[in-house]
Design a protein. Structure first.
Length: 501
């Protein structure tokens, strides 16, 4: 049975909080709309809040869920300025006609649910399936094209605005709000966008960074800022870089912003943890099904997940997990394993049903038992790696008799010699570089340090700023047993100044 609340992304806004949002629109922004639309009004708390604050303004409440319509009609039966309309906001023209009027406020709390969640629930409550941001290739396949229905509704609303005296104010996840701001920036919109954060655990009892997104079309140019709903008139400006949003950088680290000449790689993706994640014991390897695993040693590699990636130095002897690698490059035919690694092939065949049941579309039309995040870089002897999940990044150096593999929640840079790996690891852990990353990353994101964020460091500028003394000071502070020589420093300097790795 479908979890209806989860399917609909149905988090009803408390009346008191909805009223606070309306007061901010009225008092902080001085906006008095002539028309109000609530596209997903639920039980109607935002409608009541709007009627209490904007007493003479008519409200059109739209709700797709038939179960709420009778309640809404009864709740507002004596209010001539409230009209309840059962419809899918994304498919009806009536709201667009109202939005085309002057001084319109689109207000509310759209569903907090993604299209992939709806699909996994077997829901029919899906908008038209298409890669609406135009993402290509692996990004579109592995989740970058996954989007919140909330984001779809907000962008749809913004596309219907025609006047320069309109406003949108909606509650959403902060990640959704940032995506909306980026789309507006790309479109060159003359809109003042403000993201006012609030405690979603307290308001909705859910754990997600959230905000009240206000898009004010009275602005004469694009402006994007963030703040807190408790102090809506105190905000910090953000800049759009062409790739994303970030805070304005302090002068001393402004030169660090650029494009990395070193290519960050994501760890291996297999989506079959019960079979592919092995635990090393004194008696050998055991999988998550509790089975002893005996396969050719040449195909088993040390394996580190995010939770174990936060040691500064990771050696293969200290790693207790392992992963059997089916490929060296993406798309490689795996059938050769039948002859080259018969024990491994037998193991894969035994659990083929689990591999075949993997849901991600990336495995569609791929070789059987395929993995992703594999290439020559996966087998580099030295790596500098970081988990994408933690607010405080730890950049680890990893090496051993065998290449160490990381899971797909981690990112790494591959190196062929220890000197380059050491310089890189110390540079990334230096106070100024970590300050830079913490400034451009959004620490309330599920994965603050994504490949996109990590790739925005100009290594040459950062190395020039930190210098060899700064690297060795970092080594001393971190209690590391090695120091950087002038030769190693110069070698890395040439690498990051001239080449793409």
């Amino acid at each position: 049975m479908i979890d209806n609340r989860r399917e609909m992304g149905d988090w009803q806004t408390p009346l008191e909080f909805a009223t606070l949002c309306c007061r901010i629109i009225s008092d902080t922004y001085g906006f008095m709309p002539a028309h109000i639309i609530e596209p997903t009004c639920g039980i109607g708390n935002f409608i009541e809040a709007a009627r209490n604050v904007f007493v003479d303004t008519p409200v059109l409440g739209i709700e797709i869920n038939e179960a709420y319509i009778d309640y809404l009609n009864q709740r507002f039966s004596e209010d001539d300025l409230v009209e309840i309309y059962q419809a899918n906001y994304l498919q009806e023209t009536r709201p667009m006609e109202t939005t085309a009027a002057h001084s319109t406020l689109v207000l509310g709390n759209p569903p907090w649910v993604t299209n992939s969640t709806l699909s996994s629930l077997g829901s029919g409550n899906l908008p038209e399936k298409r890669n609406f941001k135009g993402l290509r290739g692996i990004d579109a396949m592995t989740g970058e094209s996954n989007f919140d229905i909330c984001e779809w509704i907000i962008l749809h609303a913004l596309n219907t605005f025609s006047g320069d005296d309109d406003m949108l104010a909606m509650l959403c996840k902060t990640s959704v709000a940032r995506n909306v701001c980026i789309e507006l920036a790309k479109a060159g919109a003359k809109t003042a966008c403000t993201m006012l954060s609030f405690d979603s655990k307290k308001i909705f009892d859910i754990s997600a960074a959230a905000c009240l997104l206000i898009c004010d079309f009275r602005a004469e140019e694009l402006r994007i800022c963030q703040g807190d709903i408790a102090e809506p008139d105190v905000t910090t400006d953000l800049v759009f870089t062409g790739k994303g949003l970030r805070e304005v950088l302090p002068d001393e680290i402004a030169s660090f912003h650029g494009s990395s000449v070193l290519t960050w790689r994501q760890g291996v993706k297999h989506d079959c943890g019960r079979v592919m994640e092995l635990q090393r014991t004194s008696a050998g390897f055991i999988n998550k099904l509790g089975e002893s695993v005996c396969i050719e040693d040449d195909f088993i590699y040390p394996y580190v997940k995010s939770s174990k990636s936060r040691h500064l130095v990771i050696k293969d002897d200290d790693v207790t997990m392992a992963v059997p690698m089916t490929q060296h490059i993406i798309g490689e035919d795996t059938s050769h394993l039948e002859a080259d690694a018969p024990l491994f092939w037998q193991y894969l065949q035994k659990h083929s049903d689990l591999f075949d049941a993997r849901k991600s579309s990336i495995y569609r039309n791929a070789p059987r038992f395929a993995m992703f995040g594999v290439g020559d870089y996966s087998y580099a002897k030295y790596k500098v790696a970081v988990s994408g999940f933690y607010k405080e990044p730890v950049f680890a150096i990893a090496y051993g008799k065998k290449p160490i593999m990381f899971d797909d929640t981690c990112y790494f840079l591959p190196f062929n010699n220890v000197g380059d790996a050491r310089v890189c690891m110390l540079l990334l852990n230096s106070p100024s570089v970590k300050r830079y990353y913490s400034t451009i990353a959004f620490l309330d994101s599920k994965r603050p340090y994504s490949k996109k964020v990590l790739s925005q460091l100009d290594f040459a500028a950062a190395l020039n700023s930190v210098g060899i003394n700064g690297l060795n000071d970092t080594a001393e502070v971190l209690g590391l047993p090695f120091r950087i020589s002038n030769e190693e420093f110069q070698q890395f300097s040439v690498l990051v100044s001239t080449s793409l790795f």
